[in-house]
Design a protein around this ligand. Structure first.
Ligand code: ADP
Ligand code: MG
Length: 648
């Protein structure tokens, strides 16, 4: 791929599908009404307002595809995730987002029930797909697959695969690799079973975390990432595709009456990331915005590439069919509809800076060489050892000459040389252990890299077969859908013709009345749409006001604490000496680069040393004065440490 193509890339809209779950027990027991109907031909969804005004038509939304309660997990996988995973295997980024009200099937769609092949969700099916692909690839292709699993709750990032669940991780940014989470655990995986186990332990942690912190997993966002690196022997390039599988927090508004205190604070922060996501989507689709507010939440920072960036992205909006959820359902459909208009520009990631495959391959080559050298040495030592067992005194003429040389050169006696030899044997033993260690390291590194064509499938194989069956079925469906669509279109054009050829006045009257009725219906439709929009805006406005109120309260509290405990001059000093670092989202000391300890550290760094001719300050203590100037520097005489100068 040329640089030009990389800049232009392939432009594509975010694909949006809707999945309606079956009625649940509660809905069935209260006798809820089904307000949704789907048209698989036109990919449209019709929703009836249970409190409709007279003559109000139902609303129609068009999507890239629609799935009803009878659709199974494999149908969803084949239509939605498969094309994205294929792209990831080529080296593109891919994202799948599940969005919707709590209890409508986001987690079911993403994870499902992993114990049965038919009920596995998108994530386990992606595992089977990826390892199936590797198993079928040519032997000259090498792959490296690694995963991470995190949760964002209350604007804090938690590692679901890490040791410390309570620890909040930092979101950082670097110009060469972009936005990333610092210290996030990643696992290199060898097969689909490995992956399934990792996912399971992450899910468990998600559940544990949510009970411990008295929260509900529906209020956190979970991001499962799978990175696939590949290289071919002939073409040395490494390509890297990253798949982000996101189970978003429930989209419903947190009830104002329920939440108070800490709960309210949490609720506003949880709403915050979804409203920021909404604002990002609006800004992206309105076409006039020059600023996209990605930075306003951790979620949108991490999903920056997925929305309006370098990624093939799909949103699966999940809804309930019941009339009781009408308001939330409309809100989800609206959100999903807007998302359809986001344009992404994707390109293959060639030679990314954070790829591991190249690094591992180089390390393997180095270890191999080291081992080979070690083996040769071992061979030599083995042969001399053997000689020794046969005849301890016997030495070849060459060796005698060598020994004489050694003795002469180093002025050592023959006896000492004998000692040296036993020493050498000991060293050889140590070397053997070292050699063994190297060998183990090599094996573990080699295991990390997967070679195309190797059978990694095992259990995944049945899953992969299921996926393939669904693909053929889907293709059949698509063909018949296409044919139906065509006949429908033909009929529609006939209808218009008929209506426009009036023979008598009566006919004309009849036709026009029909038209008027249609227009009136459209008008009512538009009116109710307007009412819905106003309601939606009102909800959003209330949400924002709620946010403002809670943030103002927090701010007032902070100011009160600050003014009561920190003197004005000190506040002024702090203000003067710090600045807001937008990239890292934190306050930093100004001129920190020149601070004594930093200079000291940088100075000990060799590369820096060569570039700038700094004096070596590694054994100098630096002391600060109140005006920030380094006042005195005392040199430590080597070996005699002095006490550290007291700060004043
Ligand atoms: P969410 O993650 O959106 O809060 P869940 O995925 O937990 O919702 O789904 C809520 C319940 O509904 C679960 O018991 C789940 O098994 C069931 N469910 C959701 N979608 C479907 C579906 N398409 N078919 C069958 N059951 C479903
Ligand atoms: Mg869920």
């Amino acid at each position: 791929m040329t640089q030009d193509q990389k800049i232009t890339g392939t432009v594509e809209n975010v694909r949006v599908v809707v999945r309606v779950r079956p009625m649940d027990k509660n809905e069935l027991t209260v006798g809820a009404r089904d307000v949704i109907s789907l048209d698989k031909i036109t990919h449209s969804l019709t929703i009836v307002n249970p409190h409709a005004m007279a003559n109000e038509p139902s609303k129609i939304y068009y999507f890239d595809n629609v799935f009803d309660g009878s659709s199974n997990q494999l149908d969803i996988y084949v239509d939605t995730a498969r094309p994205i995973v294929n792209k990831v295997l080529e080296g593109y980024n891919g994202t799948i987002l599940a969005y919707g009200q709590t209890g409508t099937g986001k987690t079911y769609t993403m994870i499902g029930n992993p114990d049965f092949p038919q009920t596995k969700g998108i994530i386990p099916n992606a595992f089977a797909h990826i390892f199936g692909h590797i198993a079928k690839a040519k032997g000259n292709q090498k792959f490296l697959v690694r995963v991470s699993y995190m949760e964002i709750y209350n604007q804090e990032v938690r590692d679901l695969l890490g040791k410390d669940l309570g620890k909040s991780l930092e979101v950082k940014e670097r110009p060469d690799i972009g936005v990333f989470v610092k210290d996030l655990t990643t696992y290199v995986v060898h097969n689909a079973d490995d992956l399934a186990n990792i996912m399971r332990s992450g899910n468990k942690n998600r559940a544990i975390g949510s009970t411990k912190m008295n929260q509900n997993s529906s209020r956190s966002h979970a991001i499962f990432s799978i990175t696939v690196e590949r290289s071919e022997l002939a073409v040395k390039h490494v390509r890297m595709g990253k798949l982000q599988l996101v189970d978003l927090a429930g989209s419903e508004r947190q009830s104002k009456t329920q939440a108070s205190g800490q709960r309210l604070k949490e609720a506003t922060k949880i709403n915050l990331s979804l409203s920021v996501l909404g604002n990002v989507i609006s800004a992206l689709v309105d076409g006039k915005s020059t600023h996209i507010p990605y930075r306003n939440s951790k979620l949108t920072r991490l999903l920056q590439d997925s929305l309006g960036g370098n990624s093939k992205t799909l949103m699966c909006a999940t809804i309930s069919p019941a009339d009781s959820n009408y308001v939330e359902t409309i809100s989800t459909l609206r959100y999903a509809s807007r998302t359809k208009n986001i344009q992404n520009r994707m390109h293959i990631n060639e030679e990314p800076k954070d790829a591991l495959l190249r690094h591992f391959q180089e390390e393997i080559a180095r270890l191999r060489k080291q081992l080979e050298e070690g083996r040769r040495l071992e061979e030599i030592s083995n042969s001399t050892e053997e000689d020794n067992t046969f005849d301890d005194e016997w030495e070849s003429p060459v060796e005698i000459e060598m020994e004489a040389l050694i003795v002469k050169k180093n002025f050592i006696t023959k006896k000492e040389l004998g000692l040296c030899k036993t020493q050498n044997l000991k060293e050889i033993d140590i070397a053997r252990v070292e050699q063994e260690k190297l060998r183990n390291k090599l094996v573990s590194l080699e295991e990390k890299i997967l070679v195309g064509g190797e059978n990694l499938l095992e259990k995944a194989q049945t899953q992969e077969k299921l996926i393939e069956q669904s693909i053929t079925e889907l293709e059949k469906h698509e063909k018949s859908e296409e044919a139906l669509k065509q006949t429908l279109q033909e009929r529609a054009s006939e209808k218009i013709d008929i209506e426009e050829q009036y023979l008598t006045l009566q006919d004309a009257n009849h036709g026009i009345t029909k038209k008027v009725n249609r227009v009136m219906k459209m008008l009512t439709g538009v009116k109710s749409e307007l009412a819905d929009q106003q309601q939606e805006h009102q909800r959003e406005k209330e949400g924002i006001f709620e946010n403002i109120r809670s943030l103002s309260r927090e701010l007032a509290l902070c100011e009160l604490v600050l003014n009561s405990y920190v003197p004005k001059e000190i506040q002024f000093l702090i203000n003067q000496n710090t600045h807001w670092d937008e990239a890292n989202g934190e306050w930093q000391l100004k001129f920190e680069k020149y601070a004594g300890n930093k200079v000291k550290k940088d100075n000990s760094d060799k590369s820096n040393h060569e570039e700038f001719d700094f004096p070596n300050l590694s054994n100098v203590y630096l002391r600060y004065n109140t005006d920030g100037v380094i006042k005195s520097a005392k040199r430590r005489i080597s070996g005699v440490p002095r006490p550290i100068a007291r700060r004043n």
